[in-house]
Design a protein around this ligand. Structure first.
Ligand code: FAD
Length: 431
């Protein structure tokens, strides 16, 4: 396995063709299949949490922003069934008891061993996220609510992206205007350069964090271009690829070079998430781990499919080497992790300010998925120490919610990489 040199982050996505081939021909079809199963298609989320940062001025009335609830019969069955092992059930009960005592602190924090995990007085990796625990949360059928064009745009959407970059990408100074290259460019020619020279001066971890966020942003914008509302009238509604929209966002000339950089960030995000899948294999290989939906034959089949996907992820030849992140001075590394932890927590909260419910749903899911990725990458020792017998209490746990968000978030990035192939062919045909 060739581990990607992290000194120069661009090296990590240099072999785009290898990723394309691996994803499009091997991993993508298998993953899509798995994500259609009952275990993975239902995600529990609280979409009604108020925005903690500002009073939302508009409530998105866009038709395509609505989230369809799953059918009550299905939801009740699902909520009764979703516990994946007797052990997890027991721990979930403990969590509930803690919540009744009001003891759950849903913050992300580093433990004494400086490992990232969702934490509470109990370990929230077991109890799930705050959303999972909330009585306002509901199961949503992800297949009924695909990520696609919603029409959410303009000042409200920019405010979210601005806050995400401005507040969480370790800005060097207080900026009143957005910390985004395009807006820098339009306000004054040298500002984009200023942004990138500042970014280049940042340590590798902070640049990596910026690239993950930018990769997620690129992925969302690829999805809305690939499933665009092409026609909406009395007779028909047609969704499909909008090549013009894609070009406006990613063409090198139309974006003065920004588009290709954003696509590289998408590949970077892909590599990081793929690496986490490769590393987490031992957790899913535990005999006590079951995908439990109440249909044992199907559950067994889906567990096998899941293991095949993780084995495939392991076989990828160009893995990213995350060990060189946070590798410097111990004190400095701890401070960096703390910065990233706080930034991550903040992004999760900003997602509650997204006015469009459909966008909020996928934004929350993907943020939680990325959080789970980081948790896996920094829990290497615990994962390696997992007991193979079901009698011992495992040192590493993932809640069902984390598992669903991890695979679905990666499914989004994998689909984006696949969609890039479609757009490339369409653009070639245009020429
Ligand atoms: P935006 O995408 O809003 O970007 C704002 C500015 O950020 C740009 O001018 C540019 O300077 C910079 N920028 C753009 N891309 C990147 C990047 N990859 N990296 C770094 N900087 C960048 N719309 C839908 O139709 N469907 C959805 O499912 C959906 N989900 C969303 C989820 C979230 C969390 C948010 C905040 C928005 C979502 N949107 C969705 C809206 C969508 O992302 C855009 O904001 C919207 O289409 C307006 O696009 P824009 O061209 O004005 O630029």
């Amino acid at each position: 396995i060739y581990l990607c040199p992290t000194g120069n982050l661009d090296d990590c996505a240099c072999d785009v063709e290898t990723i394309d081939h691996f994803n499009n021909d091997q991993l993508f079809p298998k993953l899509q299949n798995l994500l259609e199963s009952d275990y993975f298609r239902f995600y529990k989320v609280n979409l009604n949490k108020p925005c903690p940062f500002w009073t939302s001025s508009s409530h998105c009335g866009l038709r395509h922003c609505a989230v369809k609830p799953c059918s009550p019969v299905k939801c009740i069955k699902i909520s009764l069934c979703f516990q994946y092992s007797a052990d997890a059930n027991k721990q979930l009960e403990e969590c509930e008891k803690e919540q009744h005592l009001g003891a759950v602190d849903v913050s992300l924090r580093w433990t004494d061993e400086k490992k990232l995990y969702y934490s509470s007085n109990l370990d929230l990796t077991v109890c799930g996220s705050a959303d999972e625990a909330s009585p306002d949360s509901q199961y949503v059928d992800l297949l009924l609510n695909p990520e696609r064009f919603t029409g959410y745009k303009g000042p409200e959407a920019w405010q979210i992206w601005n806050s995400i970059y401005e507040e969480n990408c370790f800005k060097p100074y207080t900026v009143k205007r957005p910390l985004l290259p395009d807006s820098f460019r339009s306000s004054s020619g040298g500002e984009a350069r200023k942004f990138y020279s500042w970014l280049d001066g940042q340590c590798v971890e902070k640049r990596a964090f910026y690239r993950l966020v930018s990769g997620l942003h690129a992925s969302i914008n690829i999805h809305l271009s690939a499933r665009y509302l092409l026609d909406d009238n009395w007779f028909q509604r047609e969704w499909g690829h909008n090549v013009t929209e894609f070009r406006q966002r990613f063409d090198s000339e139309l974006t003065a070079g920004e588009g290709p950089k954003r696509l590289r960030n998408l590949y970077f995000l892909y590599l990081i998430e793929l690496r986490a899948l490769a590393k987490v294999l031992p957790f899913f290989q535990q005999p006590s781990f079951h995908l439990y939906t109440g249909r044992p034959e199907e559950d067994k089949k889906h567990k096998e499919q899941l293991l095949q996907i993780l084995q495939l992820a392991r076989s990828f030849p160009l893995h990213f080497d995350e060990r060189s992140l946070f590798a410097g001075d111990e004190k400095e590394a701890a401070k960096l992790k703390e910065d990233i932890r706080l930034a991550f927590l903040n992004i999760s909260k900003i997602m509650d300010c997204v006015d469009c419910f459909k966008c909020r749903l996928w934004g929350k899911l993907q943020t939680q998925g990325l959080g789970t990725v980081l948790k896996i990458l920094f829990s290497e020792r615990q994962i390696e120490a997992l007991p193979m017998s079901s009698n011992q209490r495992p040192s590493f746990q993932l809640s069902r919610q984390e598992i669903v968000s991890l695979f679905n978030a990666f499914g989004r990035i994998s689909t984006s990489v696949r969609e890039l192939k479609n757009f490339r062919s369409m653009l070639a045909e245009e020429r």
